[in-house]
Design a protein around this ligand. Structure first.
Ligand SMILES: Cc1cc2nc3c(=O)[nH]c(=O)nc-3n(C[C@H](O)[C@H](O)[C@H](O)COP(=O)(O)OP(=O)(O)OC[C@H]3O[C@@H](n4cnc5c(N)ncnc54)[C@H](O)[C@@H]3O)c2cc1C
Ligand code: SF4
Length: 490
């Protein structure tokens, strides 16, 4: 502890208002900040905490910092490297104008540095996640044998994962906390902040301190890891988390470090090799050491241009029911409702339900970014934009992924229990109650043939499309046009 250091945390309108966030996201951030400030104080550190509605709160970083520097006669300003480009630029500019000295410290909450991916791929045209993942496994000595060989002979066990949930299988109920955050909720509402979604503020289910985050991590390794890989891509109505960890919020807010999450999962595997199969563990480790770090590296390599990319030149508005869940499509209804209720959807719901539909419907990536950045409790731009604009919308033309993630009802029905009982018929491509995904899927390929036909991972689809009878093609395209013209009624 250094008595000459004062920690400063502040709740700001500039942060609550740069996007329209889910109410649970704003509460989750403020509650975690307040608890972190208390933990610092309990350890004897000096802390200044500015609450949202404090009279002295000037509501921007700059104004609050300048005022405090003057009144407290601070002689040096230090900050931790922010995770967002927007804030990075802001602090560079702010500190360049300060009359006192300033310093910046790197964060310890990632395996890689901001520029590590950029350096690894210097001079390369393609940035494969798999290449990066293997490099990370070797560098951090994770699940290796004989020096630099992957444990159990392979780097990737994906083919053992990804099964559909059997109808009779009831996933483990998620661990939900019972936090009373009604005071914070009241403050947010009193301030008139516009938010999305709902909250039960007497029973806030997300972890809001380190102890709860560690409890959720323990719960995951004990109850979910053993089936994580098997069911990581499956979806079922009213099952909002299946065997997913729901640890992204704790990691993104730095209540947990990714290393302690990975270490805990590996420890659980070695303690219980009879209960946890290796492919379940590898699937989980890959998400964190691989995808999470990869996305961050791409973000720092490609911002700020990344935020402007729109490879398909899509221009449509997001359907209105993205904000209400009021659609007859079961898969979208379920994924959106649970997002509004819990500020959470798991990866495949984000990618293959909401993202898939929006891409097929030609929605502008800016609209999508605003939605994903707002609605999810774990949404921070470095990981939101790379997943949304990149992985989900292919708006980066193939920086993050090698092909667009689009599907017809075939994939959704294969991986989920959504289609049974849906108003639409998954087997119908055209006509009354035909599943919209089916015609929109072919319409997407038809429209973007010039950009996609040469992609080796897609070429096969164009062979199918070309072999289709002209009348069948016309019917499909007309059906898609009808749905696109009536998108708010689907
Ligand atoms: C369109 C879209 C938007 C997304 N937006 C965000 C976002 O704003 N914030 C966010 O943290 N993740 C985002 N993701 C990635 C992923 O969906 C979430 O990390 C995951 O659903 C969080 O739930 P979980 O903790 O239960 O994950 P689990 O399924 O339990 O996975 C474990 C951990 O792996 C990491 N992870 C898994 N996949 C990814 C990925 N593709 N990119 C980065 N990390 C990954 C996360 O830290 C996650 O906590 C997005 C994905 C898509 C397709
Ligand atoms: S039939 Fe189509 S709209 Fe309905 S749940 Fe299946 S994929 Fe979704």
């Amino acid at each position: 502890m250094d008595a000459s250091v004062t920690y400063l945390l502040m709740e700001l309108r500039s942060e609550t208002d740069y996007a329209q966030h889910h109410i649970q996201k704003v509460i989750g951030f403020f509650a975690s900040m307040q608890n972190f400030a208390k933990a610092l104080q309990q350890k004897g550190h000096q802390v200044i905490y500015i609450y949202l509605n404090d009279k002295s709160n000037l509501q921007t970083f700059d104004k609050n910092c300048e005022a405090l520097i003057t009144t407290n006669h601070f002689t040096n300003f230090e900050y931790q490297l922010p995770d967002e480009y927007r804030l990075d630029e802001h602090f560079k500019s702010f500190t360049s104008k300060l009359k006192i000295t300033s310093n910046v410290c790197d964060t310890e909450h990632f395996y890689s540095t901001r520029n590590e991916l950029k350096d690894l791929f210097a001079g390369k045209k393609m940035y494969l996640m798999e290449t990066f993942y293997r490099y990370m496994r070797k560098k951090h000595q994770v699940l290796l044998e004989d020096g630099d060989k992957p444990l159990n002979g392979k780097w990737n066990f994906d083919e053992d994962n990804r099964q559909k949930l059997p109808k009779a299988h009831k996933p483990t109920a998620p661990l939900l906390f019972v936090n009373d955050v009604s005071e914070i909720d009241k403050e947010i509402r009193n301030a008139g902040i516009k938010t999305i979604g709902t909250v039960d503020s007497k029973n806030f289910v997300w972890p809001i301190n380190r102890a709860q985050s560690l409890e959720l991590l323990d719960f995951f390794v004990e109850n979910c890891l053993a089936l994580f890989g098997t069911f990581q891509d499956t979806m079922a109505p009213n099952e909002w988390s299946i065997y997913h960890s729901r640890l992204s919020f704790s990691m993104n807010t730095k209540l947990l470090s990714p290393k302690e999450v990975v270490d805990k999962a590996i420890e659980a595997y070695f303690k219980n090799p009879d209960q946890i199969e290796y492919h379940q563990l590898e699937g989980f480790v890959r998400q964190i050491i691989g995808w999470r770090e990869f996305m961050r590296g791409i973000y720092w390599m490609k911002m700020p241009e990344y935020a402007t990319l729109n490879y398909f030149e899509h221009a449509e508005k997001l359907p209105q029911w993205f904000w209400t869940g009021k659609t007859k499509m079961n898969c979208l209804k379920d994924a959106i409702h649970q997002s509004l209720d819990y500020a959470y959807a798991h990866h495949i719901q984000r990618l293959m339900i909401t993202g898939n539909f929006a891409l097929l419907a030609g929605v502008h990536p800016d609209e999508l970014d605003a939605w994903y950045l707002g609605i999810y409790i774990d949404a921070i731009e470095w990981v939101e934009i790379t997943n949304t604009r990149g992985m989900s919308q292919f708006a980066d033309g193939g920086i993050v992924g090698t092909k667009p993630y689009v599907s017809s009802a075939t994939y959704i029905s294969k991986m989920s229990l959504y289609c049974t009982g849906c108003y639409y018929d998954k087997a119908k491509k055209t006509g009354d109650k035909a599943c919209p995904f089916n015609s929109l899927y072919w319409n997407f390929y038809d429209k973007h043939e010039a950009k996609l036909a040469k992609n080796p991972r897609i070429g096969m689809m164009y062979n199918v499309w070309k072999k289709m009878q002209p009348e069948a093609k016309t019917e499909l395209l007309e059906q898609a046009e009808y749905y696109l013209n009536h998108i708010n009624e689907l």
